[in-house]
Write a protein that binds this ligand. Sequence first.
Ligand SMILES: Nc1ncnc2c1ncn2[C@@H]1O[C@H](COP(=O)(O)OP(=O)(O)OP(=O)(O)O)[C@@H](O)[C@H]1O
Length: 362
Amino acid sequence: MESLLKVHNLSIKAGSFSLNKICFSLKANDYIMILGPTGSGKTILLESIAGLRPLHSGEIFFNGRRITDLPPEQRHVGFAYQDSLLYPFLTVKENILFGARARGIAVEAKVLRRMSQLVEIMGISQLLERYPKFLSGGERQRVSLARAILTKPPLLLLDEPLSALDPGTRQSMQNLLRQIHTTESISIIHVTHDFSEAIQLGTEMIVLSNGSIEQSGAPLEVFFRPVSLSVAKFLQGENLIKGTLSTLNSLLWFKPEHSELLIGPLSEELTPPLVAGSNVMLMIRSSNLSLHQSWESPSGCISWPAEIEYLSFNRTHVDVHCKGYGCWETSISLAQWQNLRLFQGDTVLLAVRPENCHLIVC
Ligand SMILES: Nc1ncnc2c1ncn2[C@@H]1O[C@H](COP(=O)(O)OP(=O)(O)OP(=O)(O)O)[C@@H](O)[C@H]1O
């Protein structure tokens, strides 16, 4: 499929910070989530696509047309800023209609009808005559979002658009974004710090670090298979264990540092570039590590004994922290815990399927 947006070798300098040779493309109907530590260049990247930052080098194409030097108003992208940036001397209604007014369509019945529907869904219909300084942070964010999506731009750029919302309002705004993405064919690039938001909404994910793309791909692929330790840590990878690879019976096994345990044999698909003696980090997502009271290893799994160090109870599940050949974290549902009745000091069997042992080269 043709790319709607193509960013090629984009570099930007801002003081001592630089965004380095960013390349990615977005197909019509993609929903790209951009994540990265604070200061990694997420906002600068969005601003450069919107035409608000001059490029140091590189090119941007939109619908096959080079837009690198086009001013923002000729790019037809919607932009909702992290800090809303509403016009202080305009009311909420005038702010929402601002882009439509610039295009001479603010008085059209269908535009006014869409505005009424949006403000109703967003819970801000009672605020239309207010000025921005009399709005809460969450209200300002919703006004900014309404302004960005009113004219159905083919590309929508969102910079942490839901960060100031309470969980309930955030969920309904996520539903709205999913709906406009699918039913109105609006492609979206969305910056967030919230990984669960990225999984719920994104079809693609880009992780930025120090101004470069560190990893991109389907959100769950990046979640379960981070390419580097920094991506794994940023995405709160659990069960990150340092060790080396060893050979046993011509197959590769993982040996945790300071431990006699051999975890394996590892799935051959995961290890082709790796050889015995390689220093690696093993990562097992806690959702892939199961816990058993019987000593029989579940079929097809690698297993080892461990002692429960402590349990941490949540509303729906219990995090179980164990020690045995390393420190391990897994979680079980509250209902499971009620059946198993596990306590601190109990010995259990931990098990994982070989294909869920993800290796990161150190
Ligand atoms: N005009 C400027 N002059 C100098 N440095 C700048 C300028 N604009 C941005 N920066 C710096 O560039 C870096 C990247 O900024 P950016 O706002 O893109 O980060 P971010 O990833 O969006 O961060 P956050 O998650 O905190 O919003 C930061 O260190 C910022 O201080």
